[in-house]
Ligand binder design. Structure first.
Ligand code: MRU
Length: 337
């Protein structure tokens, strides 16, 4: 199989042209039908893009958050409300720790920096963070690929690909790296109800990259495993606690239980910016509740909807957490912090 990553576009990028700073992003809501690249110089637009899932995926929203602060600084004539702006950006979505992490990193970068240099400092930082994220994903890819043998059939849930990150992807970074070594036979993508990140994004990205991909409904994963068609499950993460409990897209926990039942290794791929060192375990992870219309577009009188966007997979169901520093058992993770 020949990999064609050149067909996978960058999903987020801070740019500067003729002295104008802008944030460029793929509106992921429109994929796979339209590959629409939006450009804005308004920090509020970026916050909105994060809230409506036009930009989504934990590392991508972290980069977008830092970029929003850079856009604000590029237009600001006073800087005394930086904390207020930073807090509005950081709270656009609650579960992925990368957003708070990126905004905190931006704030500490400008501590003590003269006001006249804040915008340039933030621009440079965001460009550095974009490059670091891609480098981390390529390292995750290499570390994860080392766990996979020839002919591996992978099941993934949601989209933890290039679209969800600065580039290359976390879970799909492992797929790309293993595919380059000739070790991927096929990827099965859960459609990922209710938003459909698997059906709309993962299959689009993998097929553009030239990786054989089969779409399944979420409720088909058990049968697929029972038929012996899955060698490894690889998913991303939005927040990982110190003990290795990992929050990811709703449905991930169920897939982890199925993997355990069928004796299939379950790998979580994420950079250290996704690890929340302040959290002892997953019970403290705030789970975003989203609008009922994602589940039930036309309301039915008397019918209530529960729509959590994420769930927490307990560390005991995770075989390895694959990071840029290596692949660790959940118990080993804390020693790396
Ligand atoms: O709500 P989303 O689409 O932003 O959720 C993102 C995820 O949960 C993904 O599964 C992903 O694995 C984490 S980001 C690489």
């Amino acid at each position: 199989m020949e990999l064609h990553l050149e067909n996978v576009p960058r999903s987020v990028e801070l740019t500067r042209s003729s002295g104008v700073t802008a944030f460029r992003y793929i509106d992921q809501r429109l994929l796979p039908d339209d590959l629409n690249v939006v450009e804005t110089s308004e920090w509020h637009d970026v916050v909105d893009a994060i809230k409506v899932l036009a930009v989504r995926g934990a590392p991508a929203i972290g980069l977008a958050g830092a970029a929003a602060l850079a856009l604000w600084a590029a237009q600001a004539d006073r800087f005394d409300d930086v904390e207020v702006v930073a807090s509005e950006i950081a709270t656009a979505r609650p579960t992925a720790v990368n957003l708070q992490w990126a905004v905190d990193r931006a704030l500490s970068e400008i501590e003590g920096v003269p006001e006249s240099e804040i915008a340039a400092t933030l621009f440079d930082l965001v460009k550095r963070m974009e490059a670091e994220d891609e480098a981390a994903n390529r390292a995750i890819g290499a570390n994860g690929a080392a766990l996979l043998g020839p002919g591996t059939r992978v099941l993934t849930h949601c989209n933890a690909g290039s679209l969800a990150t600065g580039y290359y992807g976390t879970a799909l970074g492992i797929v790309y790296s293993a595919a380059e070594q000739g070790n991927i036979e096929r990827v099965y993508a859960d459609e990922t109800r209710p938003v459909g990140q698997g059906a709309r994004l993962t299959v689009w990205e993998l097929s553009r990259a030239g990786v054989p991909v089969t779409l399944i409904c979420d409720d088909m994963a058990a049968s697929l495993m029972a038929k012996g068609k899955v060698d490894a499950v690889i998913v991303g993460a939005d927040r990982i606690a110190r003990n290795g409990d990992a929050a990811n897209k709703i449905g991930t926990y169920g897939v982890a239980i199925l993997a355990r039942e069928h004796g299939i290794p379950f790998y979580v791929a994420a950079p250290f910016s996704t690890v929340d060192a302040a959290l002892a375990d997953g019970s403290g992870i705030v789970i975003e509740q989203r609008d009922a219309c994602e589940v039930l577009p036309l309301p039915i009188e008397g019918v209530d909807v529960w729509n959590p966007a994420f769930d927490v997979t307990p560390a005991r169901l995770i075989t390895k957490i694959v990071t840029e520093k290596g692949a660790f058992s959940p118990e080993e993770l804390a020693s790396q912090l």
